[in-house]
Design a protein. Sequence first.
Length: 264
Amino acid sequence: MADFEDIAIAIEDGIGTISFDRADANNTSRPQTLRELCSALDSLETDDSVRALILRGEGKHFSAGADFTFLDELTRTPPAQIKSTIYTHFQGAARRLYRCPKPTIALVSGAAVTVGCELALACDFRIASEDAMFQESWINLGILPPLGGMFLLPRIVGLARAKEMCLRGRRVKADEALRIGLVSEVVPGETLDERGREFAAECAEIAPLGYAAIKEALHRGLETTMEAEWTANVANQAILIDSEDFAEGLDAVKNRRKPSYSGR
């Protein structure tokens, strides 16, 4: 895997961990950060030894928004180039997280602002430390959340709360995030990484083919009709029933043992 400047990667016991690891204290994001994240996600998704992915921040913050130097440069950048940069790198990373067939878990400590918030939303699960804070403060700059938050937030926390976050730039702290379903768990900061690895290890034991198919169907269901879902799910179920994982799962249930899935 290539050497990275803004992120760090580790693979251990079937869990791939990507850490925002910029030199600045806030782990802010620039095109290079997202370009590296795209490359890392591509590598980990195709690595059969990796069964679950963790996204986290090294240091105090998960990711406290976009780099101000980059934002200043945008004021002098042609619209077509801005569109290309956002789509290729920033939106590209969010797309990869959202579409990844493997479990994705964001471990959020400190600030997850704008870019950081949107990338956390694109993950399957979010676990927060007690000092975590989520904020879609794009409106404070007179711009909109372009990486998926306006689609995902109403479906996660409801339209009224999504409007508070997107239209007013309202901060949501960890306790409220848990109450409204924005995160799955809140844990003390010193135990966040440990709990994250436990959670990822649990996800890594889930049948890979079934997980990918269900995740895809849940996402597709946000954008389609019930009739289309019935049709698609019957076809996908037939494929899953023909898999080795189904036979393994059935045998494990019948014999009251823990299954060992192969992803085939």
